[in-house]
Design a protein around this ligand. Sequence first.
Ligand code: FAD
Length: 351
Amino acid sequence: MRETDVVVIGAGQAGLSSAYYLRHYGIDDYVMLDSADGAGGAWRHRWPSLRLGKVNGIYPLPGFPPVDADADLPASEVVSEYYAAYERHHGLHVIRPVEVTSVEYGPDDRLVVSAGHDRQWAARAVINATGTWTRPFWPYYPGMASFRGRQLHTADFRDVEEFRGRKMIVVGAGSSATGLLLELSEVADVTWITRRRPVFRDEEWTENVGREAVAKVDERVRAGLPPLSVVSVTGLWAPPDVRARLESLPWRRIFHELTPDGVRWRDGSELHVDAILWATGFRAALDHLAPLGLRAPGGGIVMDGTRVAAEPRLHLVGYGPSASTVGANRAGRTAAREIRALLNSGELVAS
Ligand code: FAD
């Protein structure tokens, strides 16, 4: 087992930012592990037709110029190259592919990070930056196994062309759902399904709205509740032309069950479709932390900023209020600063 001051798990925006700030605060003895076989975090896996110009925006990594590329290029390609360039420029060594399978309490006040049975690191602190992409959320509806068409999640989506001329439904009310609806409605006969009628916000998106949404998510995780996405807190935002396109799509409230040919509502009405796309979001990828027994009765982990309230050696970055590129940057800095204080004096500082 190798001893190190800090293990950073995950090398997306949150992990890279954490590694940058660990160095900045004078902590050079750290190890960064990532389960993917190349740079890019979750961006590496996003569908190729998600163009750079269509995403909300990638906040520049600390100590590096912003992404500068053609808006028509796939975001997955551009951001993966951007992260790879960052790793090279700052000499950040990521050990990959290494999938962390558990984090446990170890001897001598250390946390033991394991990747299978043969690779282990004993760390004085751990920064967990594993994102959500590896935990797609599939809700359960009766009859799911009986449907003879194709079911897929956002995480499996690759290309609109696979659906050309098809009849399909998209389930979900977040930004992935709306983005995919816009793309798919160009080639397929698409019905939009959500739990409640989608409500678009009328006012402009401002920094203040963003701050308020982040504060609401922060409040939840401090109370040990599972984080919500920012859209679920703010409602949907879209420029007038995009909103008009979305509002013109056929819409129905969520069905009761799946049938071999499609979906059925409680009133007996049915819709026959070839495919169902579940754009139903993701959950935090934290299964490897289960041995630490951190789950609160509310189903989340009680947080104090980026620090796990019950385990000050463990920080979650890119989790809850910091699940955005800008949030991940700030969380990396906070986590590194608090860990420096922990390692230097055993004392914790307020974030
Ligand atoms: P990730 O990028 O998911 O990185 C986590 C890393 O951890 C991955 O490399 C993964 O391989 C690794 N990992 C996971 N589990 C393990 C394990 N057990 N062991 C080792 N490694 C592991 N945010 C924005 O700010 N702007 C946008 O435009 C935007 N668009 C988005 C579009 C979509 C479709 C989605 C789903 C999200 C979007 N987001 C956007 C949110 C975005 O995901 C975050 O902003 C940010 O990129 C997430 O960074 P991260 O480092 O927290 O996680």
